[in-house]
Write a protein that binds this ligand. Structure first.
Ligand code: HEC
Ligand code: HEC
Ligand code: HEC
Ligand code: HEC
Ligand code: HEC
Length: 264
């Protein structure tokens, strides 16, 4: 009798370990394997979908801001200067939510994890001690700040635009409307995989803060992004000196296949 019990226990034990091992393999990778998953590196990351990343990083969208800071200041009562644009809505959200799931971001953008995250190797992170000549190394978790500059740079050179001063001072002269000029100038724009070009034009017609927001209104840098200069209908043949170095197409990483471009 005893022997049967022993055999039965052994049998049950082995079934249990086999099934749990299989479950672990199919659902969860261990921490090391997950951290070193090829999806974090080129070339796999270049084509990864949000769903794939969120499969392990759902917290990126679910995590909420603190209702109250440890010092007792409520998130509700706190507004930063970049949260005073007329496009800003709703309660405080996290950085990732503001780029991926806020109503406004979904209206005008089609951001992917890989728009910002291009992969970084934890073994190739910042040199210690810091060395300014070793710029090929990125800081841990770091994203190339040029990506941010596209939408968080300074308002472009106002003299070049033919404005008497920065938009903050001159907007009233131009009826607070970028399209007064930009209906006809540099109007071949925003055909990139992280923006919703048509929706931007529609929203920009109603409210110039939509345009200004990404071109000076949420400025994190002193400089302005050197935007590619796409040819537009009626453009002068002569290229001005300042534009001679400019690319005439968006960065290859962001281009949309020609057959999918929407012409307005
Ligand atoms: C198989 C699960 C898994 C997948 C899929 C995955 N990650 Fe990760 N990721 C991890 C783990 C585990 C870490 C290490 C976390 C840590 O060290 O705190 C990590 C680390 C990171 C980090 C650095 C975080 C830090 O605190 O250092 C970033 C950024 C990141 N992942 C982004 C992404 C992006 C973008 C994708 C999609 C292209 C992705 N991950 C897909 C599991 C995954
Ligand atoms: C607007 C650009 C942008 C987008 C889009 C973006 N991230 Fe990030 N992410 C960042 C930046 C910047 C950091 C902080 C980097 C640092 O600390 O060096 C970060 C940090 C992280 C971290 C580590 C820190 C943390 O908060 O846990 C993870 C994991 C991560 N991102 C995953 C994702 C995933 C998954 C997606 C897509 C669902 C995504 N990110 C989309 C810019 C972005
Ligand atoms: C494609 C344009 C775009 C890019 C690229 C972009 N942002 Fe933003 N960012 C936005 C928009 C639009 C908002 C406002 C979203 C809203 O009001 O809901 C915003 C909001 C923010 C905010 C304010 C969030 C808040 O709590 O109000 C910060 C901080 C920020 N971005 C930093 C960054 C950084 C850092 C990067 C680069 C890693 C980056 N952004 C890349 C468009 C962009
Ligand atoms: C008085 C007319 C006028 C108004 C109003 C105007 N712009 Fe411009 N803008 C121009 C001209 C002219 C250029 C340069 C065209 C060229 O490439 O030759 C320009 C260029 C730009 C560029 C590209 C800059 C670069 O370095 O490549 C951006 C971005 C831009 N404008 C955004 C805006 C936004 C956003 C507004 C409203 C907040 C606005 N503009 C209002 C005339 C105007
Ligand atoms: C969500 C952020 C965002 C909004 C909103 C936005 N832009 Fe842009 N804009 C960009 C980015 C990013 C680029 C560069 C895209 C690329 O690489 O081709 C750009 C490029 C431009 C250019 C250069 C065009 C070229 O390629 O020659 C002009 C001009 C411009 N925007 C004007 C506007 C105007 C006018 C509006 C409102 C109708 C507006 N933008 C709204 C992010 C934005």
């Amino acid at each position: 009798m005893k022997r049967y019990y022993l055999l039965l226990t052994l049998l049950l034990l082995s079934i249990f370990t086999i099934t749990t091992q299989a479950a672990e393999k199919s659902i969860h990778k261990d921490y090391q394997h997950a951290q070193w998953d090829p999806i974090h590196f080129q070339p796999a990351i270049a084509t990864a979908s949000n769903e794939q990343c969120l499969g392990c990083h759902q917290e990126i969208l679910d995590r909420q801001v603190l209702i109250k800071s440890p010092a007792g200041i409520t998130a509700e009562s706190t507004k930063a200067w970049y949260q005073t644009l007329t496009t800003y809505e709703g309660a405080q959200q996290t950085f990732h939510q503001r780029h991926l799931s806020s109503d406004f971001s979904n209206q005008v953008m089609n951001m992917q994890c890989i728009t910002c995250h291009e992969g970084n190797n934890p073994r190739e992170e910042a040199i210690i001690p810091p060395d300014q000549n070793q710029t090929q190394f990125t800081l841990r978790k770091s994203v190339n700040p040029e990506t941010c500059l596209m939408c968080h740079g300074n308002f472009p050179d106002y003299v070049r635009m033919g404005l008497p001063s920065h938009w903050n001072e001159s907007r009233d002269i131009f009826q607070n409307n970028c399209l007064l000029c930009h209906a006809g100038i540099r109007n071949n724009r925003h055909q990139v995989n992280f923006l919703k070009a048509e929706a931007i034009e529609k929203a920009g017609k109603e409210n110039a803060d939509v345009c200004f927001g990404c071109h000076g209104g949420r400025q994190w840098y002193r400089i302005s992004y050197p935007y590619p200069r796409h040819a537009w209908e009626g453009m002068a043949k002569e290229i001005p000196d300042w534009a001679k170095e400019r690319p005439t197409e968006s960065h290859p990483r962001f281009q949309i296949p020609a057959n999918k471009i929407s012409k307005k």
